[in-house]
Design a protein around this ligand. Sequence first.
Ligand code: ATP
Ligand code: MG
Ligand code: MG
Ligand code: MG
Length: 486
Amino acid sequence: GTASANSVRDTFVRYFREKHGHREVASSPVTPRADPSLLFVNAGMNQFKPLLLGTVDPRSEMAGYKRVVNSQKCLRAGGKHNDLEDVGRDLYHHTFFEMLGSWSFGDYFKEEACSMAWELLTQVYGIPEDQLYVTYFGGDAALRLSPDEETREIWRSIGVSPGRLLPFGLGDNFWEMGETGPCGPCTEIHYDHVRGRDASAQVNAADPEVLEIWNLVFMEYNREADGNLRPLPRRSVDTGLGLERLTAVLQGKRSNYDTDHFTPLLDAIRMGSGARCYRGLVGAADTESVDMAYRVLADHARALAVCIADGILPGMTGPQLVLRRILRRAVRFSSEVLHAPPGLLASLVPTVVETLGDVYPELTRDVTQIMDVINENEEAFMSSLVRGRRIINRTLERSSGAQTFPVDVAWSLYQNLGFPLDLISVMLEERGVRLDSAGLEQREREETESRQPGSEVTGRLSVHAIAELQRNGVPTTDDTPKYSYT
Ligand code: ATP
Ligand code: MG
Ligand code: MG
Ligand code: MG
Protein backbone atom coordinates (compact mmCIF):
# COMPACT_ATOMS: atom_id res chain seq x y z
CA GLY A 1 0.00 0.00 0.00
CA THR A 2 1.04 3.59 -0.51
CA ALA A 3 -1.41 5.65 1.55
CA SER A 4 0.58 7.99 3.80
CA ALA A 5 -0.29 8.38 7.47
CA ASN A 6 -1.65 11.84 6.70
CA SER A 7 -3.85 10.65 3.88
CA VAL A 8 -5.27 7.83 6.03
CA ARG A 9 -6.33 10.41 8.62
CA ASP A 10 -7.74 12.78 5.96
CA THR A 11 -9.73 10.04 4.28
CA PHE A 12 -11.44 9.16 7.56
CA VAL A 13 -12.39 12.74 8.34
CA ARG A 14 -13.54 13.46 4.80
CA TYR A 15 -15.66 10.31 4.61
CA PHE A 16 -17.72 11.29 7.63
CA ARG A 17 -17.76 15.01 6.85
CA GLU A 18 -18.52 14.93 3.15
CA LYS A 19 -20.48 11.73 2.73
CA HIS A 20 -22.41 11.69 6.01
CA GLY A 21 -22.66 15.31 7.15
CA HIS A 22 -20.44 15.10 10.25
CA ARG A 23 -18.96 18.25 11.65
CA GLU A 24 -15.20 18.24 12.14
CA VAL A 25 -14.16 19.17 15.68
CA ALA A 26 -10.55 19.81 16.71
CA SER A 27 -8.73 17.50 19.10
CA SER A 28 -8.91 18.65 22.70
CA PRO A 29 -5.66 18.97 24.67
CA VAL A 30 -4.56 15.73 26.37
CA THR A 31 -5.27 17.33 29.76
CA PRO A 32 -8.79 16.36 30.84
CA ARG A 33 -10.88 19.47 31.36
CA ALA A 34 -12.43 19.56 34.81
CA ASP A 35 -12.60 15.77 35.04
CA PRO A 36 -11.00 14.30 38.15
CA SER A 37 -11.88 10.75 36.98
CA LEU A 38 -9.09 10.93 34.37
CA LEU A 39 -5.31 11.46 34.29
CA PHE A 40 -5.11 12.05 30.54
CA VAL A 41 -7.56 12.12 27.70
CA ASN A 42 -7.85 8.42 26.85
CA ALA A 43 -10.45 8.48 24.06
CA GLY A 44 -12.04 10.82 21.56
CA MET A 45 -15.28 10.88 23.52
CA ASN A 46 -13.78 12.50 26.63
CA GLN A 47 -14.42 16.06 25.47
CA PHE A 48 -18.03 15.14 24.65
CA LYS A 49 -18.80 13.57 28.02
CA PRO A 50 -21.25 16.35 29.03
CA LEU A 51 -23.09 15.87 25.76
CA LEU A 52 -23.38 12.12 26.32
CA LEU A 53 -24.50 12.58 29.92
CA GLY A 54 -26.99 15.31 29.01
CA THR A 55 -25.30 17.82 31.31
CA VAL A 56 -24.02 20.14 28.57
CA ASP A 57 -24.68 23.86 28.92
CA PRO A 58 -27.52 24.44 26.42
CA ARG A 59 -25.99 27.79 25.40
CA SER A 60 -22.66 26.24 24.45
CA GLU A 61 -21.74 25.46 20.85
CA MET A 62 -21.37 21.78 21.75
CA ALA A 63 -25.04 21.57 22.70
CA GLY A 64 -25.91 21.70 18.99
CA TYR A 65 -23.63 18.87 17.90
CA LYS A 66 -25.46 15.98 16.23
CA ARG A 67 -22.84 14.26 14.05
CA VAL A 68 -19.17 14.81 14.75
CA VAL A 69 -15.86 13.51 13.41
CA ASN A 70 -12.33 14.11 14.68
CA SER A 71 -8.83 12.91 15.25
CA GLN A 72 -7.99 13.04 18.96
CA LYS A 73 -4.66 13.04 20.78
CA CYS A 74 -4.90 10.27 23.41
CA LEU A 75 -2.66 8.94 26.16
CA ARG A 76 -3.01 5.57 27.85
CA ALA A 77 -0.36 5.54 30.52
CA GLY A 78 -2.30 5.69 33.76
CA GLY A 79 -5.74 5.14 35.27
CA LYS A 80 -8.27 2.68 33.89
CA HIS A 81 -6.69 2.54 30.44
CA ASN A 82 -2.96 2.05 31.03
CA ASP A 83 -0.79 0.50 28.32
CA LEU A 84 2.62 1.74 29.51
CA GLU A 85 3.92 -1.73 30.34
CA ASP A 86 3.16 -3.02 26.83
CA VAL A 87 4.81 -0.16 24.99
CA GLY A 88 7.94 -1.26 23.17
CA ARG A 89 7.18 -4.92 23.93
CA ASP A 90 4.48 -5.23 21.32
CA LEU A 91 4.06 -3.47 18.00
CA TYR A 92 0.66 -1.84 18.43
CA HIS A 93 0.17 -0.34 21.90
CA HIS A 94 1.45 3.19 22.39
CA THR A 95 1.31 5.63 25.26
CA PHE A 96 0.41 8.47 22.88
CA PHE A 97 -1.71 7.60 19.87
CA GLU A 98 -4.26 9.23 17.63
CA MET A 99 -7.83 8.05 17.82
CA LEU A 100 -10.03 8.68 14.81
CA GLY A 101 -13.58 9.10 16.03
CA SER A 102 -17.12 9.52 14.75
CA TRP A 103 -20.19 10.33 16.82
CA SER A 104 -23.92 10.53 16.70
CA PHE A 105 -25.34 12.43 19.64
CA GLY A 106 -28.93 11.29 19.81
CA ASP A 107 -29.02 11.17 15.99
CA TYR A 108 -28.52 7.89 14.08
CA PHE A 109 -27.91 4.67 16.02
CA LYS A 110 -26.63 1.13 15.53
CA GLU A 111 -27.58 0.35 11.95
CA GLU A 112 -26.11 3.47 10.36
CA ALA A 113 -23.03 3.34 12.56
CA CYS A 114 -22.23 -0.22 11.49
CA SER A 115 -22.89 0.39 7.78
CA MET A 116 -20.72 3.50 7.73
CA ALA A 117 -17.85 1.70 9.44
CA TRP A 118 -18.09 -1.28 7.09
CA GLU A 119 -18.35 0.86 3.97
CA LEU A 120 -15.36 2.97 4.97
CA LEU A 121 -13.13 -0.01 5.75
CA THR A 122 -14.06 -2.28 2.87
CA GLN A 123 -15.06 0.13 0.08
CA VAL A 124 -13.07 3.30 0.75
CA TYR A 125 -9.91 1.87 2.30
CA GLY A 126 -10.37 -1.39 0.41
CA ILE A 127 -9.65 -3.85 3.21
CA PRO A 128 -10.69 -7.38 2.13
CA GLU A 129 -13.76 -8.58 4.04
CA ASP A 130 -12.16 -11.96 4.63
CA GLN A 131 -9.49 -10.32 6.77
CA LEU A 132 -12.02 -8.79 9.16
CA TYR A 133 -13.80 -10.14 12.24
CA VAL A 134 -16.61 -8.45 14.11
CA THR A 135 -17.35 -8.85 17.82
CA TYR A 136 -20.49 -7.87 19.70
CA PHE A 137 -21.63 -7.84 23.32
CA GLY A 138 -22.64 -11.33 24.48
CA GLY A 139 -24.45 -10.14 27.62
CA ASP A 140 -23.75 -10.46 31.32
CA ALA A 141 -26.00 -12.46 33.60
CA ALA A 142 -24.78 -10.92 36.86
CA LEU A 143 -25.48 -7.38 35.62
CA ARG A 144 -28.71 -8.52 33.94
CA LEU A 145 -27.51 -7.22 30.58
CA SER A 146 -28.79 -9.24 27.65
CA PRO A 147 -26.77 -10.16 24.54
CA ASP A 148 -26.81 -7.51 21.83
CA GLU A 149 -28.71 -9.61 19.27
CA GLU A 150 -29.80 -6.47 17.46
CA THR A 151 -26.21 -5.62 16.56
CA ARG A 152 -25.55 -9.20 15.58
CA GLU A 153 -28.48 -9.11 13.14
CA ILE A 154 -27.34 -5.77 11.71
CA TRP A 155 -23.92 -7.24 10.89
CA ARG A 156 -25.54 -10.33 9.40
CA SER A 157 -27.64 -8.17 7.08
CA ILE A 158 -24.55 -6.17 6.09
CA GLY A 159 -23.08 -9.50 5.00
CA VAL A 160 -20.67 -10.53 7.73
CA SER A 161 -20.58 -14.32 7.82
CA PRO A 162 -21.60 -16.08 11.08
CA GLY A 163 -18.10 -17.56 11.50
CA ARG A 164 -16.65 -14.06 11.61
CA LEU A 165 -19.19 -12.64 14.04
CA LEU A 166 -18.25 -13.36 17.64
CA PRO A 167 -19.79 -12.57 21.05
CA PHE A 168 -17.59 -11.42 23.95
CA GLY A 169 -18.33 -10.37 27.52
CA LEU A 170 -17.91 -7.27 29.66
CA GLY A 171 -14.11 -7.12 29.41
CA ASP A 172 -13.94 -6.69 25.64
CA ASN A 173 -17.38 -5.59 24.50
CA PHE A 174 -18.68 -3.26 27.15
CA TRP A 175 -16.72 -0.02 26.98
CA GLU A 176 -16.23 2.23 29.99
CA MET A 177 -14.36 5.50 30.05
CA GLY A 178 -13.17 5.17 33.67
CA GLU A 179 -14.37 4.04 37.09
CA THR A 180 -17.37 6.30 36.50
CA GLY A 181 -18.81 7.91 33.38
CA PRO A 182 -20.56 7.06 30.12
CA CYS A 183 -20.48 3.42 29.03
CA GLY A 184 -22.31 0.85 27.00
CA PRO A 185 -22.11 -2.30 24.90
CA CYS A 186 -19.77 -2.10 21.95
CA THR A 187 -19.09 -3.87 18.71
CA GLU A 188 -15.54 -4.07 17.41
CA ILE A 189 -13.78 -4.73 14.13
CA HIS A 190 -10.60 -6.81 14.18
CA TYR A 191 -8.07 -7.34 11.39
CA ASP A 192 -6.24 -10.56 10.53
CA HIS A 193 -2.83 -10.04 8.90
CA VAL A 194 -3.17 -13.45 7.29
CA ARG A 195 -5.73 -13.98 4.53
CA GLY A 196 -8.04 -16.87 3.91
CA ARG A 197 -8.09 -18.77 7.19
CA ASP A 198 -10.26 -19.13 10.26
CA ALA A 199 -8.59 -17.12 13.02
CA SER A 200 -11.70 -16.64 15.16
CA ALA A 201 -9.93 -18.21 18.16
CA GLN A 202 -7.22 -15.52 17.91
CA VAL A 203 -9.60 -12.59 18.26
CA ASN A 204 -9.15 -10.73 21.58
CA ALA A 205 -6.38 -13.18 22.49
CA ALA A 206 -3.37 -10.80 22.49
CA ASP A 207 -2.26 -12.40 19.22
CA PRO A 208 -0.11 -9.97 17.20
CA GLU A 209 -1.51 -11.33 13.93
CA VAL A 210 -5.13 -10.53 14.77
CA LEU A 211 -5.66 -7.12 16.25
CA GLU A 212 -8.47 -4.81 17.14
CA ILE A 213 -8.78 -1.73 14.97
CA TRP A 214 -12.17 -0.07 15.52
CA ASN A 215 -14.53 0.12 18.45
CA LEU A 216 -18.14 1.25 18.01
CA VAL A 217 -19.71 1.99 21.37
CA PHE A 218 -23.44 2.34 21.88
CA MET A 219 -23.56 4.75 24.79
CA GLU A 220 -26.58 3.91 26.85
CA TYR A 221 -25.55 4.13 30.52
CA ASN A 222 -23.65 6.16 33.04
CA ARG A 223 -21.58 4.22 35.58
CA GLU A 224 -22.34 5.97 38.87
CA ALA A 225 -19.99 6.35 41.83
CA ASP A 226 -21.89 3.56 43.63
CA GLY A 227 -21.19 1.20 40.71
CA ASN A 228 -24.74 1.19 39.37
CA LEU A 229 -25.61 1.67 35.71
CA ARG A 230 -28.07 4.50 35.11
CA PRO A 231 -29.62 4.78 31.63
CA LEU A 232 -28.63 7.96 29.78
CA PRO A 233 -31.27 10.48 28.71
CA ARG A 234 -30.65 9.55 25.06
CA ARG A 235 -28.61 6.97 23.21
CA SER A 236 -25.50 7.96 21.30
CA VAL A 237 -22.86 6.39 19.10
CA ASP A 238 -19.19 6.83 19.96
CA THR A 239 -16.55 5.22 17.76
CA GLY A 240 -12.77 5.07 18.07
CA LEU A 241 -10.32 3.78 15.48
CA GLY A 242 -6.57 3.65 16.19
CA LEU A 243 -4.87 5.62 13.41
CA GLU A 244 -1.43 4.01 13.76
CA ARG A 245 -2.95 0.51 13.54
CA LEU A 246 -5.09 1.42 10.54
CA THR A 247 -2.08 2.94 8.77
CA ALA A 248 -0.09 -0.25 9.39
CA VAL A 249 -2.91 -2.33 7.90
CA LEU A 250 -3.17 -0.09 4.82
CA GLN A 251 0.59 0.04 4.32
CA GLY A 252 0.80 -3.75 4.59
CA LYS A 253 2.96 -3.65 7.73
CA ARG A 254 2.88 -5.97 10.70
CA SER A 255 4.11 -3.20 12.96
CA ASN A 256 2.93 0.33 13.62
CA TYR A 257 6.61 1.25 13.89
CA ASP A 258 7.13 0.39 10.23
CA THR A 259 4.71 3.12 9.12
CA ASP A 260 5.58 6.75 8.43
CA HIS A 261 4.15 7.68 11.86
CA PHE A 262 7.36 6.24 13.31
CA THR A 263 10.02 5.59 10.64
CA PRO A 264 11.37 9.19 10.68
CA LEU A 265 11.79 8.82 14.45
CA LEU A 266 13.58 5.47 14.15
CA ASP A 267 15.93 7.04 11.60
CA ALA A 268 16.62 9.95 13.93
CA ILE A 269 17.34 7.56 16.80
CA ARG A 270 19.78 5.62 14.63
CA MET A 271 21.55 8.84 13.56
CA GLY A 272 21.67 10.23 17.08
CA SER A 273 22.76 7.09 18.90
CA GLY A 274 25.01 5.27 16.48
CA ALA A 275 23.30 2.07 17.62
CA ARG A 276 22.83 -0.76 15.15
CA CYS A 277 19.90 -0.47 12.75
CA TYR A 278 16.37 -1.09 13.93
CA ARG A 279 15.35 -4.63 12.98
CA GLY A 280 11.87 -4.83 14.43
CA LEU A 281 12.56 -7.82 16.66
CA VAL A 282 10.36 -8.53 19.69
CA GLY A 283 10.57 -10.72 22.79
CA ALA A 284 13.44 -13.16 23.18
CA ALA A 285 14.61 -12.57 19.58
CA ASP A 286 15.44 -8.99 20.56
CA THR A 287 18.38 -10.26 22.62
CA GLU A 288 19.78 -6.97 23.90
CA SER A 289 16.48 -5.06 23.90
CA VAL A 290 17.86 -2.70 21.28
CA ASP A 291 14.70 -2.82 19.18
CA MET A 292 12.56 -2.37 22.24
CA ALA A 293 14.68 0.66 23.12
CA TYR A 294 14.05 2.16 19.66
CA ARG A 295 10.32 1.67 20.08
CA VAL A 296 10.23 3.02 23.63
CA LEU A 297 12.16 6.12 22.60
CA ALA A 298 10.07 6.81 19.52
CA ASP A 299 6.85 6.33 21.47
CA HIS A 300 7.90 8.28 24.53
CA ALA A 301 9.31 11.19 22.49
CA ARG A 302 5.84 11.64 20.96
CA ALA A 303 4.11 11.41 24.34
CA LEU A 304 6.51 13.87 25.95
CA ALA A 305 6.27 16.42 23.15
CA VAL A 306 2.48 16.26 23.04
CA CYS A 307 2.07 16.52 26.82
CA ILE A 308 4.58 19.32 27.30
CA ALA A 309 2.98 21.28 24.45
CA ASP A 310 -0.34 20.90 26.28
CA GLY A 311 1.21 22.23 29.49
CA ILE A 312 1.90 18.99 31.42
CA LEU A 313 5.45 19.03 32.80
CA PRO A 314 7.18 16.08 34.47
CA GLY A 315 6.50 16.38 38.20
CA MET A 316 5.45 14.70 41.40
CA THR A 317 1.68 14.13 41.26
CA GLY A 318 -1.07 12.97 38.90
CA PRO A 319 -0.36 13.26 35.17
CA GLN A 320 2.93 15.07 35.88
CA LEU A 321 4.19 12.04 37.79
CA VAL A 322 3.19 9.74 34.96
CA LEU A 323 5.06 11.95 32.52
CA ARG A 324 8.12 11.79 34.76
CA ARG A 325 7.91 7.99 34.65
CA ILE A 326 7.70 8.09 30.86
CA LEU A 327 10.71 10.41 30.67
CA ARG A 328 12.84 8.35 33.03
CA ARG A 329 12.02 5.16 31.17
CA ALA A 330 13.06 6.77 27.89
CA VAL A 331 16.27 8.21 29.35
CA ARG A 332 17.23 4.84 30.75
CA PHE A 333 16.70 2.98 27.44
CA SER A 334 18.59 5.69 25.61
CA SER A 335 21.58 5.72 27.92
CA GLU A 336 21.88 2.09 29.02
CA VAL A 337 20.61 0.15 26.02
CA LEU A 338 21.45 2.35 23.02
CA HIS A 339 24.47 3.93 24.76
CA ALA A 340 23.40 7.24 23.27
CA PRO A 341 24.85 10.55 24.45
CA PRO A 342 22.60 12.74 26.63
CA GLY A 343 20.25 14.88 24.61
CA LEU A 344 19.07 12.19 22.18
CA LEU A 345 15.52 12.22 23.54
CA ALA A 346 15.12 15.99 23.19
CA SER A 347 16.71 15.87 19.74
CA LEU A 348 13.75 13.76 18.55
CA VAL A 349 11.26 16.56 19.24
CA PRO A 350 11.71 18.37 15.89
CA THR A 351 10.95 15.08 14.12
CA VAL A 352 7.81 14.61 16.23
CA VAL A 353 6.79 18.15 15.31
CA GLU A 354 7.43 17.47 11.62
CA THR A 355 5.15 14.45 11.63
CA LEU A 356 2.36 15.82 13.86
CA GLY A 357 2.66 19.63 13.79
CA ASP A 358 0.37 20.22 10.81
CA VAL A 359 -2.49 18.38 12.45
CA TYR A 360 -1.84 19.56 16.03
CA PRO A 361 -0.35 23.07 15.58
CA GLU A 362 0.08 23.62 19.33
CA LEU A 363 3.17 21.41 18.95
CA THR A 364 4.86 24.05 16.80
CA ARG A 365 4.40 26.97 19.23
CA ASP A 366 7.57 26.54 21.26
CA VAL A 367 9.71 23.61 20.18
CA THR A 368 12.71 24.91 22.13
CA GLN A 369 10.77 24.94 25.38
CA ILE A 370 9.73 21.31 24.88
CA MET A 371 13.35 20.35 24.25
CA ASP A 372 14.59 22.34 27.25
CA VAL A 373 12.13 20.66 29.61
CA ILE A 374 13.21 17.24 28.39
CA ASN A 375 16.92 18.04 28.65
CA GLU A 376 16.61 19.52 32.15
CA ASN A 377 14.72 16.48 33.37
CA GLU A 378 17.13 14.11 31.72
CA GLU A 379 20.03 15.84 33.43
CA ALA A 380 18.32 15.68 36.81
CA PHE A 381 17.84 11.93 36.47
CA MET A 382 21.20 10.95 34.96
CA SER A 383 23.30 10.92 38.12
CA SER A 384 20.58 8.98 39.96
CA LEU A 385 20.47 6.53 37.10
CA VAL A 386 24.22 5.93 37.32
CA ARG A 387 24.04 5.47 41.10
CA GLY A 388 21.01 3.23 40.86
CA ARG A 389 22.63 1.06 38.21
CA ARG A 390 25.63 0.59 40.51
CA ILE A 391 23.37 -0.38 43.41
CA ILE A 392 21.46 -2.84 41.23
CA ASN A 393 24.64 -4.45 39.93
CA ARG A 394 26.16 -4.83 43.39
CA THR A 395 22.96 -6.23 44.78
CA LEU A 396 22.74 -8.76 41.96
CA GLU A 397 26.36 -9.78 42.46
CA ARG A 398 25.78 -10.35 46.14
CA SER A 399 22.62 -12.34 45.63
CA SER A 400 23.60 -14.21 42.49
CA GLY A 401 21.20 -17.02 41.71
CA ALA A 402 18.29 -15.38 43.54
CA GLN A 403 15.07 -15.18 41.54
CA THR A 404 13.74 -12.04 43.16
CA PHE A 405 15.33 -8.73 44.05
CA PRO A 406 15.47 -7.59 47.73
CA VAL A 407 12.42 -5.47 48.51
CA ASP A 408 14.38 -3.01 50.65
CA VAL A 409 16.82 -2.16 47.89
CA ALA A 410 14.06 -1.74 45.32
CA TRP A 411 12.19 0.47 47.74
CA SER A 412 15.25 2.66 48.29
CA LEU A 413 15.81 3.04 44.57
CA TYR A 414 12.22 4.14 44.25
CA GLN A 415 12.01 6.35 47.28
CA ASN A 416 15.45 7.91 47.31
CA LEU A 417 16.70 7.90 43.75
CA GLY A 418 13.36 8.45 42.04
CA PHE A 419 13.35 5.18 40.10
CA PRO A 420 9.87 4.36 38.86
CA LEU A 421 9.05 0.79 39.99
CA ASP A 422 8.13 -0.25 36.44
CA LEU A 423 11.58 0.86 35.33
CA ILE A 424 13.36 -1.17 38.03
CA SER A 425 11.29 -4.12 36.90
CA VAL A 426 12.42 -3.78 33.24
CA MET A 427 16.06 -3.38 34.30
CA LEU A 428 15.88 -6.53 36.42
CA GLU A 429 14.03 -8.51 33.80
CA GLU A 430 17.02 -8.11 31.48
CA ARG A 431 19.08 -9.94 34.10
CA GLY A 432 16.49 -12.66 34.62
CA VAL A 433 15.47 -11.39 38.05
CA ARG A 434 11.98 -10.44 39.20
CA LEU A 435 10.75 -7.62 41.35
CA ASP A 436 8.77 -8.90 44.34
CA SER A 437 5.68 -6.78 43.65
CA ALA A 438 3.62 -8.25 46.52
CA GLY A 439 6.47 -7.49 48.92
CA LEU A 440 6.75 -3.97 47.54
CA GLU A 441 3.05 -3.33 47.90
CA GLN A 442 3.25 -4.49 51.50
CA ARG A 443 6.22 -2.18 52.00
CA GLU A 444 4.33 0.74 50.46
CA ARG A 445 1.39 0.13 52.82
CA GLU A 446 3.65 0.07 55.88
CA GLU A 447 5.38 3.23 54.70
CA THR A 448 2.10 5.08 54.10
CA GLU A 449 0.76 4.07 57.50
CA SER A 450 3.88 5.15 59.38
CA ARG A 451 4.25 8.46 57.56
CA GLN A 452 3.11 11.50 59.52
CA PRO A 453 0.10 13.09 57.86
CA GLY A 454 1.29 16.07 55.86
CA SER A 455 4.93 15.02 55.79
CA GLU A 456 6.45 14.92 52.34
CA VAL A 457 8.72 12.53 50.53
CA THR A 458 11.79 14.65 49.89
CA GLY A 459 13.72 12.39 47.59
CA ARG A 460 16.80 12.76 49.83
CA LEU A 461 18.52 9.53 50.86
CA SER A 462 17.49 9.26 54.49
CA VAL A 463 19.55 7.82 57.34
CA HIS A 464 16.97 5.05 57.46
CA ALA A 465 17.49 4.20 53.80
CA ILE A 466 21.27 4.19 54.13
CA ALA A 467 20.94 1.70 56.98
CA GLU A 468 18.75 -0.46 54.77
CA LEU A 469 21.22 -0.47 51.92
CA GLN A 470 24.02 -1.37 54.32
CA ARG A 471 21.98 -4.21 55.79
CA ASN A 472 21.83 -5.57 52.28
CA GLY A 473 25.56 -5.30 51.91
CA VAL A 474 25.39 -2.40 49.48
CA PRO A 475 28.19 0.12 49.99
CA THR A 476 26.63 3.56 50.20
CA THR A 477 29.42 6.06 50.69
CA ASP A 478 29.70 7.09 47.06
CA ASP A 479 26.06 6.40 46.30
CA THR A 480 24.64 9.04 48.56
CA PRO A 481 23.06 11.80 46.52
CA LYS A 482 23.69 15.32 47.80
CA TYR A 483 20.48 16.68 46.32
CA SER A 484 16.93 15.61 46.03
CA TYR A 485 15.91 14.48 42.59
CA THR A 486 12.44 15.35 41.54
P1 ATP B 1 -6.70 -3.28 22.89
O1 ATP B 1 -7.68 -4.37 23.22
O2 ATP B 1 -5.92 -3.53 21.65
O3 ATP B 1 -5.86 -2.89 24.05
P2 ATP B 1 -8.75 -1.40 23.54
O4 ATP B 1 -9.93 -2.32 23.51
O5 ATP B 1 -8.17 -1.12 24.86
O6 ATP B 1 -7.58 -1.96 22.55
P3 ATP B 1 -10.46 0.82 22.87
O7 ATP B 1 -10.61 1.38 24.23
O8 ATP B 1 -11.59 0.04 22.35
O9 ATP B 1 -9.09 -0.03 22.79
O10 ATP B 1 -10.03 2.02 21.88
C1 ATP B 1 -10.44 2.13 20.53
C2 ATP B 1 -9.29 1.89 19.55
O11 ATP B 1 -8.13 2.66 19.87
C3 ATP B 1 -8.78 0.47 19.53
O12 ATP B 1 -9.61 -0.34 18.74
C4 ATP B 1 -7.39 0.62 18.92
O13 ATP B 1 -7.44 0.71 17.51
C5 ATP B 1 -6.95 1.96 19.46
N1 ATP B 1 -6.07 1.81 20.63
C6 ATP B 1 -6.42 1.50 21.91
N2 ATP B 1 -5.37 1.51 22.73
C7 ATP B 1 -4.31 1.85 21.96
C8 ATP B 1 -2.93 2.05 22.24
N3 ATP B 1 -2.44 1.92 23.47
N4 ATP B 1 -2.12 2.39 21.21
C9 ATP B 1 -2.59 2.53 19.95
N5 ATP B 1 -3.89 2.37 19.63
C10 ATP B 1 -4.74 2.03 20.61
MG1 MG C 1 -6.46 -1.82 25.73
MG1 MG D 1 -9.80 -4.48 23.25
MG1 MG E 1 -11.67 -2.08 22.43
